[in-house]
Design a protein around this ligand. Structure first.
Ligand SMILES: Cc1cc2nc3c(=O)[nH]c(=O)nc-3n(C[C@H](O)[C@H](O)[C@H](O)COP(=O)(O)OP(=O)(O)OC[C@H]3O[C@@H](n4cnc5c(N)ncnc54)[C@H](O)[C@@H]3O)c2cc1C
Length: 479
């Protein structure tokens, strides 16, 4: 490898012998290649970097390492990368799931020394430098944890059991099915109370996910439901956005919050601020005040936490929110062979005492930066500390309605909406996906439509992971 050859050159002082030494190394590498690991990954003379997670951070890192003298093994429990910012459009029938997912193998197919295995990480064995997965063990020279985050129910099991999360494509499809099934059911009941509950949506969390989902549902209420369900009084559909704080989009400017609120209200969304949801039994949403919602759907978009990694879960390695503490180089505190990037990593320092925002940009930037740093490490050069370049944030509420906060400029409305669309198209992976999403958006814009409103896989709640199921009466699976 590059790092070895110059050292050999120094010792021989002659370029001809340098080349011949490199040829010998290449031959030796081939020899090593005949040995394989449990996951059938050939051994190589190059250092093996195992990346767990093919999300924004993991993919950015893998791309940065392409063409470098390393062996990269990327593990993900799915064989696709998910573009999470558009999940709400899958949930609301605006896009097919395939257009926001991309096969990880296709991302890596042109890179030499790259291996992908569809595997779920179960444990990290730091002493033996191995990862344990559902398909076997794999050794690493360097391990990068890029496993992202999961929905944080803050320990409220009842809400976890009966509410809906929207963090993955299967969850978005569940939500899509559930929304549509509710309307099918609402058609069949004579009980007005029950019908209203089936058409009552409570979204908890006034961040971008909650705001975007509420806006999309309001547009469905206005443009689609009256045509699809002419025999249902869809004016009674309610979309409630509940926020514990005193403003929505609290990570953005006050102007953006205010404008997003105006946009949502103009679409008929009811916003409940300073209201903390305390429980949901599948029928009734309770709050800290005496406000109660009778609703068949509660979407929990009120927080995320780092995914748990057995072996890296000791209290001193984590911060509240289950993120792994890393130093300025994304190195896990106290372990020179393990790094963490993206949502799961928390780099606490001046300016970012809570770590970087759990968003795509910090993950992408950390992935790219770590790739450069690992190369520096192998070349015996000092690693450089990570510096986050905040490119701003944005959220859309619906057609012609978005808010954008850039460093210097803040704007809202139609232009913001075009910027929002352009940025999302730009960061989608794959030319086909960009085209499909773009065509869908143009079609939906012209036709006021969302044609992916299909119940492909009827939704059935899975209570099996809860030890003591507390299934509300009347909502039992198949009940
Ligand atoms: C609905 C929604 C909307 C969002 N909107 C925006 C937005 O508008 N703008 C923005 O900047 N950010 C947005 N985000 C946040 C953004 O998507 C995340 O910050 C970003 O995905 C983090 O990247 P990551 O690489 O850390 O993790 P991820 O992109 O989540 O990738 C983690 C990967 O790890 C894999 N994985 C997890 N556990 C295991 C395991 N045990 N074994 C193997 N593989 C595993 C997963 O399958 C996944 O592929 C949104 C998130 C959601 C859920």
């Amino acid at each position: 490898m590059g790092a070895i050859c110059p050292k050999i050159a120094k010792s021989t002082g002659d370029m001809v012998s340098l080349r011949s030494e490199c040829v010998i190394l290449k031959f030796l590498k081939k020899e090593f290649m005949s040995e394989t690991d449990a996951l059938n990954i050939p051994k190589s003379s190059f250092p093996r970097i195992v990346i767990v997670g093919g999300g924004f951070g993991g993919v950015a890192l893998a791309k940065e390492l392409s063409g470098k003298e390393v062996q990269v093994v990327l593990l993900d429990k799915n064989n696709y990368h998910t573009f999470q910012p558009l999940l709400y459009q899958v949930s609301t029938g605006g896009l097919e799931p395939d257009s926001i997912a991309y096969p990880i193998r296709k991302i890596l197919q042109d890179y030499p020394n790259f291996y992908f295995r569809m595997a779920e990480l179960q444990q990290v064995l730091r002493d033996s430098k191995q990862v344990v997965t559902n398909i076997g063990k794999l050794s690493y020279d360097y391990l990068v944890i890029a496993m992202g985050s999961e929905t944080n129910f803050f320990g409220n099991v009842e809400i976890e059991m009966n509410g809906m999360a929207m963090k993955s494509i299967p969850q978005s499809l569940n939500l899509r099915s559930m929304i549509l099934e509710n309307f099918e059911q609402a058609l069949l009941t004579d009980n007005l109370h029950e019908r209203d509950a089936l058409m009552n949506f409570v979204i908890v969390g006034g961040g971008p996910t909650g705001v975007e989902l509420a806006g999309a549902l309001a547009e469905i209420k206005k443009g689609i439901l009256p045509k699809d369900y002419p025999d249902l009084d869809t004016r009674r559909v309610q979309i409630n956005l509940v926020q514990s704080g005193d403003r929505i989009l609290k990570a953005m400017s006050e102007k953006a919050s205010k404008k997003a609120e105006d946009f949502l209200e103009s679409l008929g969304v009811q916003i409940w601020k300073n209201t903390r949801v305390t429980g949901y039994d599948g029928k009734k949403v309770t709050t800290k005040t005496d406000l109660v919602f009778e609703a068949a759907t509660l979407v929990w978009a009120a927080g995320v936490k780092g995914v748990s990694v057995k072996g890296l879960d000791a209290g001193d390695l984590l911060v509240p929110g289950n993120r792994i503490k890393v130093n300025d180089f994304n190195q896990v505190i106290g372990d020179p062979y393990i790094y963490a990037i993206g949502d799961i990593a928390c780099m606490q320092r001046e300016g970012t005492p809570q770590g970087h925002p759990m968003m795509a940009q910090p993950a992408i930037q950390q992935g790219r930066h770590l790739g450069k740093n690992l190369v520096r490490l192998f070349e015996d050069r000092e690693m450089l500390p990570f510096e986050y370049k905040d490119k701003g944030s944005m959220a859309t509420v619906g057609r012609n309605k978005a808010v954008v906060d850039l460093k210097k400029y803040k704007f809202q409305g139609v232009f913001a909406w075009f910027v929002w669309m352009f940025v999302h198209l730009f960061f989608l992976i794959g030319f086909r996906n960009r085209m499909v999403v773009f065509i869908n958006w143009v079609y939906n814009y012209i036709r006021f439509d969302r044609e992916a409103r299909l119940i492909i896989r009827p939704y059935q709640r899975d209570y099996s992971k809860f030890n003591e199921p507390r299934i509300p009466k009347g909502t039992e699976p198949n009940g």
